[in-house]
Design a protein around this ligand. Structure first.
Ligand SMILES: [Zn+2]
Length: 278
């Protein structure tokens, strides 16, 4: 009898332990992702765009976005954020939205890439694709999965999806989009580690515009779209970027496609005149 009760007690304790473990695992899975949005530098309305992105992403997903804007309007700033060795510590993903195309210091770029080399997911929007392109070699471009060096005039881009079964695209809600005026970034090289999801056509030019990359074992999502506020605040853009963030974190699921913030998505912002030159 004593042995039987002891067995039952042991079994009960085991059940409690398993339950505790399950609660712990599910709490960790549901913990909001922490994203760091880095912007600043040349040619874009970052004061508006960083808020549109933060509110748009947080309205769509279980993500908290911290924003850092540094570097003024120069394309050669080496911003204070990156001077910290642990600049990305505590974040689940970094959204690069900076525009520092003239930074050519390979040690600096390698330092920025260190957390991504170590497995931190990366998301790259518009001018992040042109940042650090003055540097010798392909340090930044291997991380992106693509090298681009210039863009065309600001006219509408016809986007069409070429990888319809990719998780980012499935459930996105749109496959083709004729944007307003935008900048189409050219493709000098698409690396074998990249998978192109969408292409954009502008006049005679036809380029990869949205893609994913494997940087070692790190997931990286990029779109070169997003010069003007009208594009960045478009629901199609915010949906695409949000799904790209969750995919990069390997959390593109129904539980993470739920907002934890009360603020509604921003539908549009007043037009702001932005210099077109990169
Ligand atoms: Zn631009």
């Amino acid at each position: 009898m004593f042995m039987k009760n002891q067995y039952r007690l042991g079994w009960l304790l085991h059940c409690f332990w398993m339950l505790g473990l399950m609660v712990e695992v599910s709490a960790a899975e549901l913990w909001p992702l922490r994203a760091l949005l880095v912007c600043g530098g040349c040619c874009h309305d970052y004061p508006v765009q960083k808020d549109v992105l933060k509110r748009g992403i947080e309205a769509r997903a279980r993500v908290i976005v911290d924003t850092v804007q540094q570097g003024g309007v120069s394309k050669e700033s080496q911003i204070p954020l990156y001077a910290n060795r642990d600049w990305a510590k505590g974040y689940d993903v970094v959204i690069h939205d900076e525009c520092f195309g003239a930074v050519a210091d390979t040690n600096w770029i390698s330092h920025i890439l260190a957390p991504h080399r170590a497995g931190l997911p990366g998301v790259n929007l518009h001018c992040a694709v042109h940042s650090y392109r003055a540097a010798p070699g392909d340090l930044w471009q291997e991380y992106l999965g693509l090298r681009s060096m210039k863009h065309g005039k600001a006219t509408p881009i016809l986007i069409r999806t070429v990888e319809k079964q990719h998780p980012i695209i499935r459930g996105l809600g749109w496959q083709d989009w004729l944007t307003g005026n935008e900048e189409l970034y050219n493709n000098v090289k698409v690396f074998p580690s990249a998978t192109v999801l969408q292409r954009g056509a502008q006049g005679d030019d036809d380029c990869a515009i949205t893609w994913v990359n494997r940087y070692g074992s790190t997931r990286v999502f990029s779109t070169s779209l997003g010069h003007f506020n009208e594009t960045v605040s478009d629901e199609r853009y915010l949906d695409l970027v949000t799904r790209g963030i969750l995919w990069a974190c390997d959390r593109l699921d129904a539980q993470h496609l739920r907002s934890i913030t009360p603020s509604p998505p921003i539908r549009s912002t007043s037009p702001v005149t932005i210099p077109v030159k990169p």
